[in-house]
Design a protein around this ligand. Structure first.
Ligand SMILES: NC(=O)c1ccc[n+]([C@@H]2O[C@H](COP(=O)([O-])OP(=O)(O)OC[C@H]3O[C@@H](n4cnc5c(N)ncnc54)[C@H](OP(=O)(O)O)[C@@H]3O)[C@@H](O)[C@H]2O)c1
Length: 377
């Protein structure tokens, strides 16, 4: 997680704690140990000193790595210091595979200055994401809603478009209640007989979501809600009415999680020299530590870059019509379109246009809903 201690430091802290409580007899008897990490230990001083120094100090027999670190701040591949201490260090393909879904966003941000993008929409069996009147009608089942919250916890930012912000006044926070676990339903993966790819981060992310959402994982999330809070991102358009109830809700969320996690973007006309009036939105500045950024509907690049500058590795776009049109030409390899198709049939409404865009598709039956991810390959 961005802003937290690196995994190596956490792992050794955890081990020391267990030893001091007499919970790890093997470590207590000072037998050698091996270290398995998804990403090469860092070599630079950030919030903490370099993890490489810590690892060398703790002197494991072997260090097995998933990936070299593409961060230019890290002296990647400079492993002499380990070897001098007699520590074997090497890459391991299975660690690379199992950690890939959780590092792909970080790799995207470091290499391309954009997050890993997921476009998500709940749709009816006949393909509609909203009614014509935009009434707030639930589509996905409680089973899906549980997993969608657990998925939200894995992402750094959640985005909605202008109308959705006005109609739904969504919280966009990660929230779980004590009894939400009860609505966790049966999940099965629909097998098309394809050979699974070794690296398919979208599919692996969902496989892990469904497999790992057990009691222990759920309890960990419930007791650490603060640690899993995403940025709550709103795209505004000129003249959009901001309801007092929206302000109150977002203010309360900032207070609850102890951090101003709102980001606002204002859609402006593409013509040059048009300076939109921000006074209408001045009240929003109390909800965010950052000024409202002006963008046009051609600026998805700028939008992703700005999110990336906020440290966003992974983003979910809760797509109505605006967000789909905004990003459809700017999706990258492994970006995902996630549709949650319910059994409900509306016969009319606003159609989600992001369906069946890419060939690579994986499906899961989640309670009564069909989850489908499509990926650009
Ligand atoms: N099923 C789901 O997963 C899901 C997800 C999100 C939202 N929703 C539902 O979708 C409904 C809202 O959907 P939506 O598609 O109408 O909302 P939206 O995507 O949030 O916003 C669409 C609005 O953005 C404005 N817009 C589009 N392009 C623009 C541009 N280039 N410049 C400025 N403004 C632009 C349009 O305003 P004008 O009309 O003024 O042009 C349009 O009304 C709500 O009922 C919400 O509950 C469902």
């Amino acid at each position: 997680m961005v802003g937290f201690s690196h995994a190596e430091r956490e792992a050794y802290r955890d081990l020391d704690q267990k030893v001091s409580m007499g919970l790890d007899s093997q470590a207590e008897s000072k037998q050698g140990h091996n270290l398995f990490v998804s990403l090469e230990p860092c070599t630079h001083t950030g919030k903490t000193p370099p993890c490489r120094d810590l690892v060398i100090e703790r002197s494991p027999s072997k260090v097995m790595l998933g990936w070299k670190d593409p961060n230019p701040l890290v002296l990647s591949g400079d492993w002499e210091a380990y070897q001098k201490q007699g520590i074997e260090i090497r890459l391991h393909p299975l660690i690379a595979q199992s950690s890939y879904p959780f590092l792909h966003g970080f790799f995207q941000r470091i290499k391309k200055n954009r997050p890993w993008v997921w476009v998500k929409s709940a749709i009816t069996s006949d393909g509609f994401y909203a009614t014509h009147e935009l009434s707030n009608q639930p589509i996905s089942s409680p089973e899906s809603q549980f997993y969608l919250q657990m998925l939200r916890a894995k992402f750094d930012a959640i985005v909605v478009g202008p109308k959705t912000m006005q109609v739904d006044e969504p919280g966009l926070d990660f929230r779980l209640k004590e009894d939400d676990f009860l609505s966790k339903g049966e999940v099965s993966k629909i097998d098309f007989g394809n050979i699974a790819e070794f690296f398919s981060p979208g599919e692996q992310m969902l496989d892990s979501l469904f497999a790992e959402s057990n009691t222990e994982c759920y309890s960990e999330h419930v007791s650490n809600l603060n640690s899993y809070q995403p940025w709550r991102v709103f795209i505004l358009k000129e003249g959009l009415e901001i309801a007092p109830s929206f302000m109150e809700k977002q203010k309360a969320l900032n207070e609850r999680y102890g951090k101003k996690l709102c980001l606002f973007y204002l859609l402006t006309a593409p013509q040059k020299n048009v300076n939109p009036d921000l006074t209408h939105f001045s009240e929003l500045s109390t909800l965010s530590d950052f000024p409202i950024l002006k963008i046009t509907d051609m600026d998805s690049d700028l939008f992703f870059k700005d999110l990336s500058n906020h440290g966003v590795n992974t983003v979910i776009l809760e797509a109505g019509s605006f967000l789909w049109n905004f990003v459809k030409e700017n999706l990258d390899v492994n970006d995902c379109i996630l549709t949650i198709q319910s059994e409900k049939e509306w016969k009319e409404g606003k159609a989600f246009l992001g369906l069946n865009q890419f060939e690579k598709q994986i499906q899961y039956q989640v309670g009564p809903d069909l989850w489908q991810i499509e990926m650009k390959s």
